[in-house]
Ligand binder design. Structure first.
Ligand SMILES: [Zn+2]
Length: 299
C-alpha cells in the first residue's frame, strides 16, 4: 500500500502537518499542557529518517545521463568561444565552487532549528505551572495568599491564572487585582517562579524571579486599597525586599536584585505608559519612602 502513495506528497504532508503542530504547540497553552516538547520533534525526525532510508533503497539512476555544456551552449553563457591562429576553441566555464550553496542551506536550516528548539524550551519553562501536581499548586497559592495578606493588611486570596482568563491585555499584564473581592490573579509564569523560590530551593536571584516577587507585592498593594499605578509600583519595590527574604532569597542578593529592578524602572520611565512610571517622590527620603530612617532604597 505504501508503495502506491506518492512518496514526495506523503513526505510533504507529514512535514506540513508537523510544522502546523509545532506552531500550535508554541502558541497554545492547551496544546503545550497536554503534549510534551519532544513529541513534535520525534514526529519530524521519524519523517526525515523515513525519507533517507527510502532514498537509499531506491535504484540509482543510470550514470552518464547528464551531458555537460559544450560549444553549442556558449551563446547561453556556458563558457565562451575564443579564436586564435589555430581556429575557434570552446573554453569551458570555470568549475563552480562545489556544494557551498548546499552547505549554506544546511547552516540556515540548522540555525532555524536551533531557534525553534530554544523558543520551545523557553515557553515550556513558562508553562510548567500547570505541570506541578495539584496539591503543590494549592500549597503554593495558600503561601502566596498569606504573603499578599500581610502586605495588603487584609486577608486576600491569590489565584494562578491557568487559563489566562484575566491576565493579559488591559491589566498589569502579569497580574490583576480585584480589591472589592480581595482577590488577585497572577500569570502562571509568575506563580512558577515564586513556587521555585519558596518550595523548589531555586535561590538564584534571576531577573524573572525578582520581577515575579515584585508582581505579587504590586497586586497585594492594590488589594490593600492603592489604585495609582506608579505609587503602587513604588510601594511594591519596597515590600518586595522583605517578601523575597521571607520566600527564601538571601538578603544580600535581594538587596542587589531590587536595586537593579529600581534602576531598570527609572531608566524605563520615558518608554513605559505614563501612569505606570515611578513618581519623583519614589526615592530615599522621598514622600513614598516607607523607611525614611534607612538610607537603603528601595530595600
Ligand atoms: Zn497595577
Amino acid at each position: 500500500m505504501w508503495d502506491r502513495v506518492d512518496r514526495a506528497t506523503f513526505q510533504s504532508a507529514v512535514r506540513a502537518a508537523a510544522l502546523v503542530f509545532v506552531a500550535a504547540w508554541l502558541f497554545s497553552d492547551d496544546v503545550r499542557a497536554w503534549v510534551p516538547v519532544w513529541a513534535p520533534i520525534l514526529v519530524l525526525l521519524a519523517a526525515e529518517v523515513e525519507f533517507v532510508v527510502r532514498g537509499r533503497r531506491e535504484e540509482q539512476r543510470p550514470p552518464g545521463a547528464r551531458v555537460p555544456p559544450g560549444p553549442e551552449d556558449a551563446d547561453l553563457g556556458f563558457g565562451e568561444l575564443v579564436e586564435d591562429e589555430e581556429g575557434i576553441h570552446f573554453l569551458p566555464p570555470p568549475p563552480r565552487p562545489e556544494r557551498s550553496r548546499r552547505r549554506l542551506g544546511w547552516l540556515v536550516g540548522g540555525l532555524v532549528a536551533a531557534v525553534v528548539v530554544a523558543l520551545a524550551v523557553r515557553s515550556d519553562r513558562a508553562a510548567t505551572w500547570s505541570a506541578l501536581p495539584a496539591d503543590a499548586r494549592g500549597r503554593a497559592e495558600a503561601r502566596f495568599a498569606a504573603e499578599a495578606s500581610r502586605i495588603a493588611g487584609v486577608p486576600v486570596r491569590v489565584r494562578c491564572d491557568e487559563g489566562y482568563a484575566f491576565t493579559g491585555a488591559g491589566s498589569d499584564t502579569l497580574g490583576v487585582a480585584f480589591p472589592a473581592s480581595g482577590l488577585t490573579y497572577l500569570d502562571p509564569s509568575v506563580c512558577r517562579a515564586l513556587h521555585d523560590l519558596a518550595f523548589g530551593g531555586d535561590r538564584r536571584a534571576r531577573e524573572h524571579t525578582t520581577d515575579a516577587i515584585i508582581v505579587l507585592a504590586h497586586e497585594a498593594v492594590h488589594l490593600g486599597g492603592e489604585r495609582r499605578e506608579g505609587v503602587t509600583e513604588c510601594l511594591a519595590l519596597q515590600e518586595a525586599g522583605p517578601l523575597a527574604v521571607r520566600l527564601g532569597l538571601d538578603e544580600g542578593k535581594a538587596r542587589k536584585a531590587l536595586w537593579s529592578a529600581f534602576e531598570r524602572r527609572l531608566a524605563e520611565r520615558t518608554v513605559i505608559r505614563a501612569s505606570y512610571a515611578l513618581p519623583a517622590s519614589c526615592r530615599d527620603g522621598g514622600a513614598l519612602d516607607r523607611r525614611p530612617a534607612d538610607p537603603r532604597f528601595p530595600f
